[in-house]
Design a protein. Structure first.
Length: 111
């Protein structure tokens, strides 16, 4: 049975203050590492970071951008994408440079 928000909240309120602070810090770190607009699913794109609700991997967009494609060209080539999607992709690519380099190297012939 999956716990509800209310049951978790109630449980947290009954923790000692120090444990509440510790839990909050752990959750904050996890949320800070989250990537808005980016999704991961082992069953889609081999688990690579991708634009949410699409099958467009971030590494592909980053590879095209490194190759000189502009945001306008990418939006025209992928009509389902928005400018916000690209902004999310560029933020993810900047903060995960080594991952992007590996993915592009492994899949470079597909770009």
């Amino acid at each position: 049975m999956t716990p509800t928000f209310e049951s978790i909240y109630d449980s947290v309120l009954h923790l000692p203050r120090g444990e509440q602070v510790r839990l909050l810090a752990m959750v904050a770190l996890k949320v800070a590492d989250a990537s808005p607009g980016i999704d991961f699913d082992d069953r889609v794109c081999g688990g690579a970071a991708r634009i949410v609700r699409t099958r467009i991997p971030v590494w592909l967009l980053e590879s095209l951008r490194r190759g000189g494609r502009t945001d306008a060209e990418l939006l025209a080539a992928y009509p389902s994408l928005t400018a916000e999607d690209l902004a999310n992709a560029w933020l993810y690519a900047r903060t995960h440079r080594e991952e992007m380099d590996r993915e592009i190297a492994a899949n470079g012939d597909e770009a």
